[in-house]
Design a protein around this ligand. Sequence first.
Ligand SMILES: Cc1cc2nc3c(=O)[nH]c(=O)nc-3n(C[C@H](O)[C@H](O)[C@H](O)COP(=O)(O)OP(=O)(O)OC[C@H]3O[C@@H](n4cnc5c(N)ncnc54)[C@H](O)[C@@H]3O)c2cc1C
Length: 423
Amino acid sequence: MWDYQGKGELHLAAEVGKKYVIIGNGIAGTTCAQMLRKNDLSCAIWLLTNEPYPLYNRVSLPRFLQGVLPEQKVMIRTREWHEEQQINLLTETVATRLDTEEQVVYLDHGGPLKFDALLVATGGWANPLQVPGAMGANRIYNFVTLDDTKELISTALESKHAVTCGGSFIAYELTEGLNVRGVHVTWLMRGPYWLRNILDEEGGRLVDDIATRHGVQVVHGEEIAEVVAANGLPQHVVTKTGKHYPAEMIGVGLGLTLNHGFLADTGILCKTGIVTNEYLETRLPGVYAAGDVAEFYDSMIGHHHTMGTWDNALAHGRVVAVNMAGGHEPYIDVPTYTSPLFDTNIAVMGVAESNNPELHSISHTAPGDKGNQDYRKFFFKENRLVGAVFIGSPKGRRKVVEIIRSGQEFGTQAEREGLFEVR
Ligand SMILES: Cc1cc2nc3c(=O)[nH]c(=O)nc-3n(C[C@H](O)[C@H](O)[C@H](O)COP(=O)(O)OP(=O)(O)OC[C@H]3O[C@@H](n4cnc5c(N)ncnc54)[C@H](O)[C@@H]3O)c2cc1C
């Protein structure tokens, strides 16, 4: 009955119903598998990942890097859980090609797998540092996987100086993690401030102040031009303007490339991500995308976009399971991203995109608790609030999410500025 001839024992229900294949066992893929099983005991589910682990919590990786969380707390699912759920988890297995006519996924070993409905929930690969000296050198790390984190930790324990690069959340998490491990970090950012697609100059300066107060050397308008290594180990980096910074290790936060290359020539539309409608279905019936890799139609703002947050991927996993099983549920949500920021916090709600010409924003900074500053920025599409960013006190976050969800109109400037008072 099964085309799969690879490793792994199958424990199928007596009557096998629909066949589902899910590529990617992150929070989107694993949630989808769980929901499919919950709603249908007779279906067969294949869950693939190129990584060696069952689902773990990527959001916890920064705290694992800092040493405040042990590895076992990062793990969310065990192999036994998949067996109990009769979900066939194939680890260290790469989906290499898709035949949409035959409805078959080809794997790098074993397989192929036939499906009635397919979910692609493959997230993204981290962009590597591509400068002279970087290719052959060791101790240059991305920060996306559990294995990346383990390597970062072991090198941080032996290092005094690190350089991190990038203006993204990941670059910040690398910087803080290494700083907490007692490594002196120089943080290089090409842009004028951190998170320039979300914040503005004022918010960026606030983050610089916080990082500097914790001993990080923050350098703007700079990027690594060369890595100087000896015996394959970095010694220092040279920047575009010719400055030298010592670095026994380098943390790279230069963004992600979403994983849909293996869908080339299938007829599935891919732009930044895999384009779907609000039901998370691609233009090929029966083929869906969810999580970071989905460029989904967001009916909250009336256009397509990708969103790289845990809550969004989890909610996608729930909705897409309904639709793969024949339901018709649109994805409508206000995802939030919250993270500690040294000794304060950042929360991003809904659609917070400074580079989106359809949105306009207002921001404000005020004295906050414990000597910190409270920064708030609100994003509007026409008169509707669609997103917000808080740095500092998270008070009022839930109310703001409710307001975004309700579609309430803010016709005047005074009404908009009233949002700064929401607590
Ligand atoms: C260090 C770090 C910190 C973060 N912190 C936060 C935070 O504080 N808050 C927040 O909201 N979000 C955070 N995020 C983002 C959040 O973790 C992601 O949005 C979320 O994990 C995306 O889930 P996903 O299921 O879409 O994809 P992923 O978790 O990326 O899972 C996709 C899986 O598919 C596998 N895969 C890819 N291609 C193939 C293939 N061809 N064959 C087989 N397997 C394949 C990948 O290797 C991966 O295992 C953080 C991310 C990182 C890396």
